[in-house]
Design a protein around this ligand. Sequence first.
Ligand SMILES: Nc1ncnc2c1ncn2[C@@H]1O[C@H](COP(=O)(O)OP(=O)(O)OP(=O)(O)O)[C@@H](O)[C@H]1O
Ligand SMILES: [Mg+2]
Length: 289
Amino acid sequence: MAYFLAVANRKGGVGKSTITVMLAHALSIWGGKRVLIIDLDSQCNASMIMMGGEGWVTARAARRTVADYFSDSFSGKVSRPLNYVLDRVGDVHDNSGRQPPLSILPGSLLLDDVQGELFLMQADNRVASDISVGLRERLIDSMRRFEHDFDVVILDCAPGLSFAALAGLKMADKVVVPFRADYVSLLAVDRVALIIEERRDLDDLADVPLSRRRYACLANFVRDNGRERLLIEEIGLAHPVFATELPQRDGIANSFDWLAQSCSMDEKYGNAVGDLRSLYDEILPLLKR
Ligand SMILES: Nc1ncnc2c1ncn2[C@@H]1O[C@H](COP(=O)(O)OP(=O)(O)OP(=O)(O)O)[C@@H](O)[C@H]1O
Ligand SMILES: [Mg+2]
């Protein structure tokens, strides 16, 4: 049964897609896990990093995207979900030069429109809150159909609170919440934590022990200065935080680009390979449940 890992934060530009792709490479190459990325963001950044522009255009033309998959699922037309998935993606090979067991359900520019259409399809005289819950549950059911074919499913959630992102937050075994160590991020982490734990306010959230929370925060873009250190500590008082911190690094920034010629993990991540190893070592035990 697959472990569902969502990477989410309402705030944009905190490293969600980057971390999705890094974890997918690490878990498939170092861990030998069968990994599926579901790109739930209509910006499609994770898809571009995993397949390059040309590969993604070909997938769209073949109707192998998350928007096509959800549309067809809601119309009862999906007999084999794997038909929408592309295998052996990414631009990193293992030590023997083989592509790892890494697959993607590619993103679509139309995902936001499709979610609106699916909302209306559900709307047979019910109140809006019921329609939203119904839509979220059907999105979850569609994504659960992959649980027997993969060891790990990583959901790259869009910033904001789309129905697909809410479905991702609800269904995930664990939500990784990347954040930048600044004051705005502190508020964003509080907000997403309340949604994940379904709590009204921070006092209510404090009743849930940190060890029982379904999310963990990941400091990204860390530059070692005192102000950032204080903010990370402040977030750590109210939320679980990974011991690994991702510094602002060229190796991480450069990994955003898809390489037509596949390379090793060391070549792909350069000076960030140790950071990724440390994050991988923290995430791997979670998968054992
Ligand atoms: N630790 C880091 N060091 C250097 N650059 C980074 C780091 N993390 C992310 N970046 C860069 O920051 C930019 C934003 O990252 P990314 O797109 O992963 O964020 P995001 O949260 O997915 O954004 P969005 O909310 O738009 O989906 C990218 O150009 C990425 O290469
Ligand atoms: Mg993104």
